[in-house]
Design a protein around this ligand. Structure first.
Ligand SMILES: Nc1ncnc2c1ncn2[C@@H]1O[C@H](COP(=O)(O)OP(=O)(O)OP(=O)(O)O)[C@@H](O)[C@H]1O
Length: 322
């Protein structure tokens, strides 16, 4: 449904997208994960025809994004990073207006509005003005609007940015059920790890490049390091034993010994056999996608920076609401 080949885009001297390539299958939820400025939004904007690329090819549902813009626009739904609803219209009116813009046949409009409001759990609020909605409800309405013209591919740029964790979870339930019920293909950008975990496949982007692309499971497996954290009253003895018997040098971290191993589950029985009596407590941590990013780039995805952007966006939303 999505084909991207050597796609490039620069803004002056800034190379925002440096020749990326990937394909997305029908019904797949595909994530672009990366820090601020990685080039995720620029990629989406090119794919939905809002920006022209400088080179490479891209097609949605076999339609070239540069040459067949109208076909592409009919095939896609977009949930933008920043809010784009009309606050002074009701939920129903927002959806009606969008249906008209997308030439939904008049006799189908009523039915489609009803079905999409039902899908995002907003049927009861259809007559309410949007400015009375919570942030999570607005996002759900944006999702309903994004699918009302029955697109085949839904693009979501940071779909849950600035929302609390509970609301993020609900939004995700709606999105996954949408995919299951309508076989929709979705491409989303995110810098939230747990959101990337829900995707079928994830492309990790950094400085305009895709530095890894696979299922979340395989990406985590690829770094080959579960972390076993041990507490012991005989820390030094245990340290030496692990070095000698297993050839692994644990990291000392205060009262803890951290032992990186390819597969914690198979390693632990051997460790207990060798040193059981000396271990007071044990914790096994699987690597996260953040660990994968750190391993590939030596940096964190910069959560701090991202969350300050979140706060800024939320305050802009609040100002717009007034
Ligand atoms: N219209 C523009 N003019 C100039 N530079 C731009 C423009 N849009 C994006 N850029 C630059 O291109 C780079 C990639 O930006 P982009 O918005 O695609 O990143 P992103 O990964 O989506 O980050 P975020 O999560 O913050 O939206 C950044 O360096 C950004 O400053």
């Amino acid at each position: 449904m999505i084909h991207v080949d050597s796609l490039k885009k620069s803004f002056g001297a800034t190379e925002a997208v440096k020749g990326i390539s990937f394909d997305v299958e029908k019904g797949e939820i595909f994530g672009l994960l990366g820090p601020n400025g990685a080039g995720k939004s620029t990629t989406i904007k090119i794919l939905v025809t809002l920006l022209k690329s400088d080179g490479g090819d891209a097609a949605i549902n076999h339609h070239d994004v540069q040459k067949e813009q109208n076909q592409v626009r009919k095939s896609v739904g977009i949930i933008f990073q920043d809010p784009s609803l009309d606050d002074r219209l009701t939920a129903w009116e927002n959806l009606y207006f969008h249906s008209k813009l997308y030439h939904v046949p008049a006799k189908e409009i009523e039915g489609r509005i009803g079905a999409s409001l039902e899908l995002v759990g907003l049927s009861e609020r259809k007559k309410d003005l949007v400015y009375t909605f919570s942030g999570g409800m607005k996002r759900r309405l944006e999702i309903a609007r994004g699918i009302i013209h029955t697109p085949q591919v839904l693009f979501l740029d940071e779909p849950t940015i600035g929302l609390d964790p509970q609301t993020r979870k609900y939004i995700w339930q709606y999105l996954v059920s949408l995919r299951d019920k309508q076989d929709l293909t979705m491409l989303l950008t995110t810098h939230y790890m747990e959101e990337a975990e829900i995707c079928d496949r994830v492309a990790i982007m950094d400085h305009g490049e895709i530095i890894a692309l696979d299922t979340p499971e395989n990406l985590k497996k690829s770094i080959q390091s579960d972390i076993i954290t041990l507490v012991s009253d005989h820390q030094e003895e245990l340290f030496e034993l692990i070095e000698e018997k297993f050839g692994i040098t644990p990291d000392r971290d205060g009262d803890f010994l951290k032992v990186p191993v390819p597969d914690g589950k198979t390693f632990l029985p051997h460790l207990f056999e060798a040193a059981g009596g000396r271990i007071t407590s044990v914790d096994l941590k699987k690597p996260s996608l953040e660990d994968v990013f750190i391993k590939l780039t030596g940096r964190k995805i910069r959560e701090e920076e991202a969350s300050s952007t979140d706060r800024m966006r939320v305050s802009v939303r609040r100002r717009k609401k007034r």
